[in-house]
Design a protein around this ligand. Structure first.
Ligand code: C2E
Ligand code: CA
Ligand code: CA
Ligand code: CA
Length: 279
């Protein structure tokens, strides 16, 4: 038993070392990634199922790691936040997304909007409003075509500071949505205080539709609440036509998920704007 305990200890230490090693490696790599042009955005469409058209597109960050290939954000967003790198990288994301959206417009898809994920840390930097305005001007994109996605943790933070910045952005015409709605801080009163345009129903609820009555009930409740507060509602992570029909049935007509398209690289992004997503 003593021997086993010791082995287990060694095993944990090795695993821990490997993790620390990976973090160190990623941190070094991330510090150079912007300069080396290793970040890229993939784009996932949101479809209005009444028309089959793409109404907006979410920009999702990817890291083209020189040795590991495409690394997904769950492996490095936290590290970007912990090191403060999320501010310059986040500003790059906004700039790049605005440019891409302007390109779509120039290619004839002139109603489409682009959505960008914004981390809480970006609100703390105090350069967000300026960076967003500059990105819009540089790209020649009208503000109503940019949507910022925040999670509920942003709203639960320093209310005053976040609220001031959100009001300024919304005042400039930028749209605001609450991401992963229903999974975070649940004092719903903030919905009446914050300038918000859309709720995105978290995919964990949508994936429970048809399997768990409680998840179906939450999804229904969010859609009803959005309607009575005059907010738009987006269903995310839609993978099956059963989930799609359920959402349609409760009046949620804008959907995003692998059923329609996974996130795609920029060079293929214009293709999905041209086709009927339901055909
Ligand atoms: P999120 O904002 O909730 O983005 C949706 C995630 O769900 C994306 O994962 C997307 O690829 C995935 N997804 C879409 N449709 C489906 C589906 O039908 N089934 C399943 N299982 N998954 C689906 P991704 O791209 O790996 O991004 C993960 C998270 O990383 C995002 O979650 C977001 O919180 C964060 N993130 C991504 N890009 C950025 C960024 O530029 N800035 C910041 N701060 N965070 C970002
Ligand atoms: Ca999002
Ligand atoms: Ca989400
Ligand atoms: Ca999420």
């Amino acid at each position: 038993a003593k021997e086993m305990g010791r082995n287990r200890y060694l095993f944990y230490t090795e695993e821990l070392n490997a993790r620390v090693q990976e973090t160190l490696e990623y941190e070094l790599g991330l510090r150079q990634a912007l300069a080396r042009d290793e970040f890229t955005l993939h784009y996932q469409p949101r479809v209005d199922v009444q028309s089959g058209r793409v109404v907006s597109v979410e920009a999702l960050l990817r890291w083209r790691h020189p040795a590991r290939g495409i690394v997904l954000p769950d492996h490095f967003i936290r590290l970007l936040e912990d090191t403060g790198m999320i501010t310059p990288v986040g500003e790059w994301v906004v700039r790049q997304a605005c440019r891409q959206c302007r390109e779509w417009h120039l290619a004839g898809h002139d109603g489409v909007r682009v959505a960008v994920n914004i981390s809480l840390l970006q609100f703390r930097s105090n350069s967000l409003v300026y960076a967003v305005r500059r990105a819009l001007t540089e790209a020649g994109l009208a503000p109503q075509f940019l949507e910022l996605e925040l999670t509920e943790t942003v709203l639960a933070d320093d209310m005053g500071q976040v609220l001031a910045q959100l009001r300024e952005l919304r005042g400039a015409g930028v749209q605001i949505s609450i991401d992963d709605f229903g999974t975070g801080y649940s004092a719903l009163s903030y919905l009446t205080q914050f300038p918000v345009d859309y709720l995105k129903i978290d995919r964990s609820f949508i994936q429970g539709v048809g399997l768990r009555e409680d998840h179906a009930a939450i999804t229904r409740a969010i859609a009803a609440m959005a309607r009575s507060l005059h907010l738009g509602v987006i269903g995310e992570g839609v993978e099956t036509s059963e989930q799609m029909r359920f959402l349609q049935g409760i009046g949620c007509n804008v959907m995003q998920g692998d059923l329609f398209s996974p996130p795609v690289a920029a060079e293929h992004s214009a293709d999905m704007l041209a086709i009927d997503m339901l055909a």
